[in-house]
Design a protein around this ligand. Structure first.
Ligand SMILES: [Cu+2]
Length: 112
């Protein structure tokens, strides 16, 4: 029985190793819309969250598309619902853009 389980595990490991490389490329699942448009994500840490106001303060690294150096600042959320599930101190990857003259987070995800 043990021998049988071991053989099954080995087969599974082999099958995993033999997968095409793209199948293991998890980045394909990250913000497909942003990726498709060639839009870079920025990195940061959430400092403050205000779901009712739809605002988020982020200590962010360089935001290339906005030509912005690293700083801590407050963004509007394109959709306040996108802030749900995040908390202060969370490391995130996000897409910021100027929307109607306001610096806005248009996409956000947890950073690993
Ligand atoms: Cu900034």
């Amino acid at each position: 029985m043990k021998q049988h389980l071991l053989r099954a595990a080995t087969a599974a490991a082999l099958a995993f190793l033999l997968q095409p490389v793209q199948a293991m490329d998890h980045s394909a699942h990250v913000a497909p819309a942003a990726k498709a448009a060639g839009q870079a994500m920025s990195e940061g840490t959430i400092r403050k969250l205000d779901l009712s106001a739809g605002k988020v303060s982020i200590a962010h690294g360089e935001i290339a598309n906005l030509k912005m150096p690293p700083m801590t600042m407050t963004f509007s959320a394109g959709d306040p619902a996108m802030l749900k599930g995040f908390k202060e101190g969370d490391k995130v990857r996000f897409r910021a853009a100027e929307v109607g003259g306001k610096l806005t987070v248009v996409g956000i995800e947890a950073a690993k």
